[in-house]
Design a protein around this ligand. Structure first.
Ligand code: ATP
Ligand code: MG
Length: 431
């Protein structure tokens, strides 16, 4: 019974004391992506199950083990999105967004759902920010998307993170690679897990990101796809690297990156942090040139990435990055008596119209308790309103930071706060 008073395993409540961090991060991400022309898209939290089984791939861990799938009352199979790309591309195709100017650049932010074993940096409800760029085949597009990932992390306040890139080729070069992989794993078949034995026939590359310790040990010495790239794919990859070099973005080629989703082609990349333990990948992405056509749209080259917000915040915390403080309450008006309470409500309404956070007593506290409350919430200014003040139309505005008081007219509270704010700013900037 106690269970129902707790959030489900692998989920987190975001409490008011922390939500400002999320607001800052989400706003900053969307704003910076905007500098590259990305505009926000919002798609449903759930999709028809086939959107994921067909496109993420039915031999991936995500589809085989991690999806929240249920039958709705209309007997449809529905799945909570385990990732955004498949749903976003479904939407892009459904609304023919590619019929307008190309490339289509969209970004998104929201919750994802995967039935995983919860641990640090691995949740069942987690949040992603990501971008998708559709209709751009050139290596410059890969470099631009990677550059955006890099700038986002920097702008948010990440001080240190490494970029690893790889190319996993196109279906042509991958056919040769699959043969080599099959030959390699065939000999060790008996030691592979059940799921990987099945993958050996259908999609041997998926064995490379199996989480079972035995399979990953065996996979360590498997052939790498980068040795099998066709001429076009090799050329594309070297141009991507040349662009990154030109932009001064440092990276490491890691031939072991394959990514956990089936739709990737050519460039794949990850931003990996050494500061947050085993779940080290903060952002992962790559090219998926076949996905639009596979989803019934017009063939379009495309690429994108997704960033885990929880892991990003873990990095910021471990690197002690400074996030902007939440805005404090501007003024607390403490009324004494019924007439003053009425007037305080009117004054607060006017101050809020001016854009100030203005609070007053709605609990029925005495003056002392009200002042304790104002202190607790960190109000910048307080103002006591009693019969005398109502009569004279004047009151004492107290700055809580330095204790200074000034007498002001009740209809000039906003002006006084503005002025005090500017004076303080001027002092801080030495003007
Ligand atoms: P991992 O190898 O850690 O399982 P993944 O390859 O499954 O990651 P993607 O599908 O590429 O992850 O998702 C992109 C990003 O979303 C990851 O790099 C990570 O930051 C975040 N992410 C993925 N799964 C989770 C999860 N269960 N909990 C928290 N964040 C996650
Ligand atoms: Mg995973």
């Amino acid at each position: 019974m106690a269970e129902i008073n707790k959030a489900p395993r692998g989920t987190n409540d975001l409490l008011p004391e922390d939500s400002y961090k999320w607001q800052f991060v989400e706003q900053k991400l969307i704003e910076t992506a905007g500098l590259y022309g990305f505009r926000e898209i919002r798609t449903p939290v759930f999709e028809h199950t086939e959107v994921f089984t067909k496109n993420v791939g039915d031999t991936t861990d995500v589809v085989q083990k991690e999806m929240y799938t249920f039958t709705d009352k209309g007997d449809r199979s529905i799945t909570l999105r385990p990732e955004f790309t498949a749903g976003v591309i479904r939407s892009v195709v459904e609304h023919s967004l590619t019929a307008a100017a190309l490339p289509v650049k969209v970004c998104y932010c929201g919750g994802c759902y995967r039935y995983e074993k919860p641990q640090a940096g691995r949740l069942r409800e987690f949040h992603q920010f990501g971008v998708e760029c559709i209709g751009a085949a050139s290596p410059a597009a890969d470099a631009e998307v990677i550059a955006l990932g890099s700038q986002l992390l920097r702008d948010i306040g990440v001080k240190k993170i490494s970029l690893e890139i790889n190319s996993i080729g196109c279906p042509t070069c991958r056919a040769e690679y699959h043969k080599a992989l099959k030959a390699y794993f065939e000999e060790k078949k008996d030691r592979l897990c059940g799921t990987c034995n099945e993958r050996l026939e259908r999609n041997p590359m998926r064995i490379l990101d199996c989480k079972s310790p035995v399979c990953s040990e065996i996979a360590k010495d498997a052939p790498v796809v980068i040795d099998f790239l066709c001429e076009e794919c090799a050329d594309h990859f070297s141009k991507v690297k040349a662009h990154l070099d030109g932009m001064g973005i440092s990276y490491k080629v890691n031939p072991r990156i394959v990514r956990g989703l089936d739709y990737y082609t050519r460039t794949v990349f990850e931003f990996v942090s050494g500061d947050i333990g085993a779940q080290a990948t903060v952002c992962g992405g790559g090219r998926y040139d076949g996905l639009l056509e596979q989803m019934g749209g017009q063939a379009q080259p495309a690429l994108g990435f997704a960033m885990g917000i929880e892991r990003l915040l873990m990095v910021l915390e471990s690197q002690q990055a400074e996030l902007p403080e939440p805005r404090p309450c501007d003024i607390y008006i403490a009324p004494m008596g019924d007439a003053a309470t009425l007037k305080a409500g009117v004054l607060c309404a006017a101050l809020r119209d001016e854009g100030f956070e203005a609070l007053t007593d709605i609990v029925g506290r005495g003056l002392k308790a009200q002042m304790r409350y104002a202190n607790k919430i960190g109000a910048r200014f307080t103002l006591v309103l009693g019969d005398n003040e109502l009569e004279s139309g004047k009151a004492r505005l107290k700055c809580m930071e330095n204790g200074e008081e000034q007498e002001i007219a009740l209809d000039a509270i906003a002006d006084a706060i503005y002025e005090a704010t500017f004076t303080k700013m001027a002092e801080e900037f030495g003007m």
